[in-house]
Design a protein around this ligand. Structure first.
Ligand code: NI
Ligand code: MN
Length: 227
């Protein structure tokens, strides 16, 4: 069973087999986050899906606080190394990596990836994260893509983290379809409500998933749950 701590927007701390993994750290710039202190967040590993500000704002500070290994695409880990932080694992789409007993696979995300100053951030990615009894798909920012059907061939997902906020990513209707593509029966929604463009109707979102017999979880910011 994975322990999930929702840190707002698309940022989570996942604890799998005792390993703490933080994904897409964006906390101090989130207008909806009130009561989370960056220095309270522990991490053994940090995953970064792409270089947009709402996914990397707190990356360097969190890394320096925790000395966690940063796993991301080559362009992002190079950017990190250029700032003097060397505990990184550069990867790209299709790649597999195992560390601390957890297996990671990098998968396609259909989006863009530039740093806040406009420099190139490589291709956006998603991750499949497999522990002893957990298998999670963290989609990152993406639209619906047929690539998601490939996941079901090789992985028996225990949960999926999917963007549902529309506008910059898929909305909840497409995300519900994505859940059937990848075979997830339980989805944690992310990338919604943080900014005006991505505010959604929570009940309508849950209904869209129910129609496909998928459970949509929408934890409150700072909520912890078991998945
Ligand atoms: Ni983005
Ligand atoms: Mn984003």
């Amino acid at each position: 069973m994975a322990k999930i701590w929702y840190l707002g927007h698309s940022c989570f701390q996942l604890e799998i087999d005792g390993v703490k993994i933080v994904v897409d750290p964006f906390i101090t710039g989130n207008p909806l986050v009130k009561d989370i202190t960056l220095t309270d967040i522990e991490a053994d590993l940090i995953l970064v899906t792409h270089s947009h500000g709402d996914h990397i704002l707190d990356l360097m500070e969190l890394a320096k606080n925790t000395n966690a290994q940063i796993i991301s695409n080559f362009e992002i880990t190079t950017w990190v190394e250029n700032q003097g932080y060397s505990n990184v694992r550069p990867m790209n789409i299709g790649g597999n990596y195992s560390t601390k007993g957890i297996d990671f696979k990098v998968v396609v995300a259909n989006h863009s990836s530039s740093f806040p100053d406009g420099t190139y951030g490589g291709n956006p990615v998603g991750f499949i994260i497999s522990g002893k009894s957990d298998c999670l798909y963290y989609a990152g920012d993406t639209g619906l893509t047929l690539d998601m059907k490939l996941i079901k061939d090789d992985f028996d997902l225990t949960g999926a983290f999917l963007p549902i906020g529309d506008n910059f990513t898929m909305g909840y209707e497409d995300a519900a379809k994505a859940a059937t593509f990848c075979g997830a029966k339980t989805v944690i929604g992310m990338h919604y409500d943080t900014f005006g463009y991505i505010e959604i109707d929570h009940n309508a979102a849950k209904e869209a998933f129910e129609k496909r017999k998928v459970t949509l979880l929408l934890p409150s910011i700072n909520e912890k749950l078991d998945l």
